[in-house]
Design a protein around this ligand. Structure first.
Ligand code: SF4
Length: 180
C-alpha cells in the first residue's frame, strides 16, 4: 500500500471512530414517534373537582413539563391531547365533540376520573355516562379524583403507545353514542 492510500485508509478509520460519538441510526417513523411523544400539547377540559386536580399536575410539584407536555393550549387547533377532567353533562356533549373535531391528528384523549370515564356517581339523565359516548378515549384514569401520579401515569402510557406506534382499534372502530 502506498503512503497516500495508507493515509486515506487511516482518515476513513478515524472518521468512522469519531462518528460513533455523535451519530446514530434510526427509522423515520421511530424518530417521528419520539418527537411526537415528547411534545404533546394538552387541551384541558376541566369541568368539576377533577379540574382542580388537573391544575396541580401542571404546577411545580408534579410538573407535567418534565414529560414534554407543558404547552397547555386553550385552542383545540393547537392541541393534540384532550384531558377531560370532570363531570360532562349532556348539554356539554356537543361542545366537547366540536373541540375534539378541531384538534390536530394524531390526537389522544384522557378521561380523568370516575365522572369523565363513566359518569361517576351521577346516574342521572343529564350526565353523560362517560365521555367515550361522544369521543374515543385512549386512557381512562380511575379515581375520584385520581391522584396526580395516576394522571401522570396515564400520560406516560399514552407516550409509550405513541413511541411504539401501537395501533388504536378503539379509535378506528369507535362509533359515536346517542348523545352526538
Ligand atoms: S370523579 Fe370525583 S373528583 Fe372527579 S369530577 Fe367526578 S366527583 Fe369530582
Amino acid at each position: 500500500m502506498t503512503d497516500g492510500a495508507q493515509n486515506q485508509s487511516n482518515d476513513q478509520r478515524n472518521l468512522i471512530e469519531s462518528s460513533k460519538s455523535y451519530a446514530f441510526t434510526t427509522k423515520i417513523d421511530k424518530i417521528v414517534a419520539w418527537g411526537r411523544k415528547n411534545s404533546l400539547w394538552p387541551m384541558p377540559y376541566g369541568t368539576a373537582c377533577c379540574g382542580i386536580e388537573m391544575m396541580s399536575i401542571m404546577g411545580p410539584r408534579y410538573d407535567l413539563a418534565r414529560f414534554g407536555a407543558e404547552v397547555v393550549r386553550f385552542s383545540p387547533r393547537q392541541a393534540d391531547l384532550l384531558l377531560v377532567a370532570g363531570t360532562i353533562t349532556e348539554k356539554m356533549a356537543p361542545v366537547i365533540v366540536r373541540i375534539y373535531e378541531q384538534m390536530l391528528e394524531p390526537k389522544y384523549v384522557v378521561a380523568m376520573g370516575a365522572c369523565a370515564s363513566s359518569g361517576g356517581f351521577y346516574r342521572a339523565y343529564h350526565v353523560l355516562q362517560g365521555v367515550d359516548k361522544v369521543v374515543p378515549v385512549d386512557c381512562y384514569v380511575p379515581g375520584c379524583p385520581p391522584t396526580p401520579e395516576a394522571v401522570l401515569d396515564g400520560v406516560m402510557s399514552i407516550q409509550e403507545m405513541i413511541a411504539n406506534n401501537v395501533p388504536r382499534p378503539w379509535k378506528e372502530s369507535w362509533v359515536p353514542g346517542e348523545y352526538r
